[in-house]
Write a protein of this length. Sequence first.
Length: 74
Amino acid sequence: MVKARRTTHRSKAGRKLYAVRDSKGRFKDIQTYERAQRADLAHASLAEVKARAKKKVAKKTAKKTAKKKVAKKR
């Protein structure tokens, strides 16, 4: 997925704005900088999602091996 390009503008009040364009170059959405920043921080990157999944799998396998070791000792 390609990240949408943003063009910066200023509102009448002086706030920084981001204008997101669609594939045809038309304005798709205009956001304030603060709102766009919060949305960016809320979304996890693909690398973060993969790392979280990898960590979860490693945790599961560690639990399974720990259970097997306990069962063998008895």
